[in-house]
Design a protein around this ligand. Structure first.
Ligand SMILES: CC(C)(COP(=O)(O)OP(=O)(O)OC[C@H]1O[C@@H](n2cnc3c(N)ncnc32)[C@H](O)[C@@H]1OP(=O)(O)O)[C@@H](O)C(=O)NCCC(=O)NCCS
Length: 141
């Protein structure tokens, strides 16, 4: 899923960008190239729609293979992160080269990604109970 969001640029502009995720490949089919195929295909679609840059939280090991770099190298900071805190999860790719040239600022996660834990618990209560696990590589609880 892609969603529009923006960078609050230090010069006062709002730069429209995209965020993306989650993306998931069934465990038995991992490391066969499907994740990269799916990602690259969807990035081409986003570019064809005219979007210039995509930013999100992810693992450089996977996303780096599709041309993502640390967002800090584009001069973009993650919202609500103190100076000096680890920002190596925050990645960026220009779909249209030069989109972020001359832009520094703070990326904002779109409201649609924020979940109230109480709402999620209430939603989950409608399904048969499952054991809550934290798996290797998982970024969020
Ligand atoms: C991340 C995920 C989508 C990758 O899908 P995949 O189909 O296994 O990845 P691919 O086979 O296309 O891998 C493409 C490249 O990324 C690298 N890569 C894949 N998973 C990686 C990982 N967990 N860590 C480091 N590198 C990884 C591979 O080295 C591969 O390059 P190579 O072929 O040169 O070795 C999949 O592991 C997944 O569904 N994970 C759980 C959900 C998740 O964490 N999603 C991402 C955050 S939303």
């Amino acid at each position: 899923m892609f969603m529009k969001t923006h960078i609050d640029a230090d010069d006062g502009r709002q730069i429209e960008v995209l965020t993306m995720g989650p993306i998931g490949i069934a465990p038995a089919e991992k490391r066969k190239g499907y994740g990269k195929l799916l990602l690259d295909y969807s990035l081409e679609k986003a570019k064809a729609l005219g979007f210039g840059a995509v930013l999100f939280e992810g693992n450089i090991g996977f996303y780096g293979k599709s041309g993502f770099d640390y967002a800090r190298n584009f001069g973009i900071r993650y919202h609500d992160l103190e100076e000096g805190e680890d920002d190596s999860f925050f990645l960026c790719k220009e779909l249209i080269p030069g989109t972020l040239s001359g832009v520094t600022g703070v990326y904002q996660t779109p409201q649609g990604y924020y979940v109230d834990p109480a709402d999620a618990e209430a939603f989950d209560a409608g399904f048969p109970p499952k054991e809550k696990l934290k798996l290797p590589g998982q970024l969020f609880e």
